[in-house]
Design a protein around this ligand. Sequence first.
Ligand code: UD1
Ligand code: MG
Length: 452
Amino acid sequence: MTRTRPFAAIILAAGKGTRMKSDVHKVLHPIAGRAMLDHLLGVLDGLGPARKVVVVGSGREQVEHLVEARKGEVVVQEQQLGTAHAVLQAEEKLGGFAGDVLILYGDTPLIEAETMARMLDRLNADDAPTVVVVGFRPDDPLAYGRILARDDGTIDKMVEYKDATPEERAVNLCNSGMMAVRSENLFDLLAKVGNDNAAGEYYLPDIVMLAAADGRRSAVIEAQPWEMAGVNSRAELALVEAEWQRRRRLKAMADGVTLVAPDTVWFAHDTIVGRDCVIEPNVVFGPGVRVADGVRIRAFSHIEGADIATGAEIGPYARLRPGAEIGEKAKVGNFVEVKKARLGKGAKANHLSYIGDADVGAGANIGAGTITCNYDGFFKYPTKIGEGAFIGSNSALVAPVSVGANAIVGAGSVVTRDVADDALALARGEQSERPGWAARFRTAMAAKKKSA
Ligand code: UD1
Ligand code: MG
């Protein structure tokens, strides 16, 4: 269905979030490395809302930056008098807006675009319900508000758990809180909501009964329980993270990525992985990672802010930090850390190295234990290693320094001056030898011990 009416979104986020026990606003706690609220705003943006209004209580200053970056607006609900009161706070900002309104919760970040679209489509169906409510059937309905609906989805009543009779509590269709309402109906209905109930709060679900009193019907659509999972505590934050990860892993596999042990791979919100990549167990992606096709990421690697080209091999136990650019078929082996450095095509750093602020040419070989000494305690300096260069094991390259193409640095060197193309650089103590010294030493010491 193509939507012709514009829509606005009101996102409720004024709850105190007490159970998070945090100085950070609840909706800013991250899922897959991205604030919950940003997940929601991102999904919303995919549907092209005309307006986005976020209702916050305390902590406005924490949320504002993110909302403005997403071209949304913030309104403050000074006192948390209930969900209907919260939505009402957006009235002034939306003054004059004519269209559909989606009501969402900032602490329920897993809701999918498809569900939001279904809400709008249902609102605009031929029978034009006044309110569309998203319901769900969790394994344990806990203290959620209940929806009493007919088989065709028409809602007879919405009731909060606190106010419900035992029969009503036995209903397992729960209120997610998400709703769609036309702007021309929403604020009129909200104005009539009272607070004569068990909690003494202005309940948003009451608009369904207020519409019904006017002879207007409302409809429920159902969504998957996992989509409606809200975050009220750190434990729930972890559950929502787990659900997000579960879905992301399935998507990776559906896209042609082998996950040897899916449950042990952690993606970030923006991880991109190409086809025919193999990701071994216990790999963690931080934000900003792009992996091309046919890459193997071996066990226990930690990767963030990195770009990995086709056919490269990473790990086991590799650490790629922001600005790592790993070229085609390049190799970064165990206990190697790469930061803000490019490894050219086929370059190898296979063991125990730190490569930072560096440019490594194609086919270069970085020996075990090589360190780019990029920092003097005040500034960072670059290291350049030419194509085909060979850096012997346990070398320290003291930046700024460059090693020419096809040059060789002898093992154990401390390189402080540039090395020319094709040269051999040795920067280590010269070896001396005393023939027979060890044998004489042993004989003398053994005799001394015997007479002691
Ligand atoms: C609400 C619903 C309940 C539903 C449940 C789903 C009402 C009266 N009840 O209950 O039917 O099953 O959500 O999770 O709507 N908020 C504000 N300002 C307020 C109060 C709440 O912004 O004054 C925000 C909260 O930040 C939160 C959302 O609204 O994002 C829901 O508030 P919450 O207090 O969790 O509502 P529940 O009592 O759980
Ligand atoms: Mg709640």
